[in-house]
Design a binder for this molecule. Structure first.
Ligand code: MN
Length: 285
């Protein structure tokens, strides 16, 4: 199943180039009072809601995907975890290009582990990316994004994929420079998720997935998740050793070679096999 959040926080099921509005399914979500949960309530209850969603999808109002505003399919992730330099060829290009490494030694993922991006940086496909720092290089990083479906700590690699609710396209937008990753990659609009969530049962194994990012028809990044240094299983196990993972937590699995600057006016044409295409525009402040 392909689940999206669109327009004014409506819930949709994507079928081909159409969305079926299944928003009434949200009425079954539990009501919380303060303090609110530190996880995404919809993702936490997705399997309970699924029969109702499937029932509504048979007869709900239909819209064209092209006519709606696509928001991040996860509304309230407790945390956005990201993997630095997780493809060998991206490690090589980062070490070779001063425009990427900015004079600092590029450590391997084994040395530096994972990092966090701010929740406030999160947007959906239709919201676009704002490039404000015209004095700096702002790069695209396309990544397979996975969304955690249930709470877990010290998860084994063998069990890791049982904790995944689904997969999305992720953009880990990045300003190059000497500051911490958590600053350079957490500016407003610098975490894009979408265009929808493909549930894990439909997506299948994330170990061999083609993906590509183009700008103006030119291929910039083209790779396959089989070349990940820490694959999805290992990233979940590694992150859950440090953090309790909660429903809705996002893991951006790392970007391959080909990172390059974007300019206002560019449209990042992103594609991941089994998910589809996501177009994200870059605009000036
Ligand atoms: Mn990245």
């Amino acid at each position: 199943m392909r689940i999206c959040r669109f327009d004014d926080n409506k819930l949709g099921v994507v079928e081909g180039d159409e969305i079926v509005d299944v928003t009434p399914a949200l009425e079954s979500l539990p009501q919380h009072s303060w303090p609110y949960p530190r996880y995404d309530v919809l993702i936490a209850h997705l399997s309970d809601l699924r029969p109702r969603i499937e029932q509504l999808a048979k007869g709900g109002p239909r819209l064209k995907v092209a006519d709606v505003k696509l928001l991040s399919p996860v509304a309230d992730p407790g945390k956005i975890i990201a993997a630095p330099v997780n493809y060998k060829l991206h490690l090589d290009e980062s070490r070779a290009d001063a425009g990427i490494h900015f004079g600092s030694k590029v450590k391997t993922i084994e040395e530096c582990g994972v990092f966090l991006k701010s929740n406030s940086s999160l947007v959906g496909a239709s919201e676009g990316v704002v490039s404000e720092r015209r004095d700096r290089r702002t790069d695209h990083e396309i990544e397979l994004g996975l969304v955690i479906g249930k709470r877990g700590k010290n998860i084994s690699e063998a069990d890791a994929l049982d904790y995944v609710a689904g997969y999305t396209i992720a953009l880990d937008m990045t300003i190059r420079g000497p500051e911490e990753r958590s600053l350079r990659k957490s500016r407003d609009t610098f975490s894009v998720l979408g265009p929808w969530l493909v549930t894990a049962d439909e997506f299948g194994d994330p170990a061999n997935v083609d993906f590509e990012l183009k700008i103006a028809g030119a291929s910039k990044q083209k790779a396959n998740t089989r070349d990940l240094i820490f694959d999805c299983r290992k990233l979940i196990a590694y992150a859950s050793e440090a953090y309790t993972l909660e429903p809705g937590d996002v893991i951006m699995t790392g970007t391959p070679e080909g990172v390059a600057p974007v300019e206002p006016g560019d449209v990042m044409d992103c594609w991941i096999d089994r998910i589809g295409r996501m177009q994200v525009a870059v605009r000036a402040a």
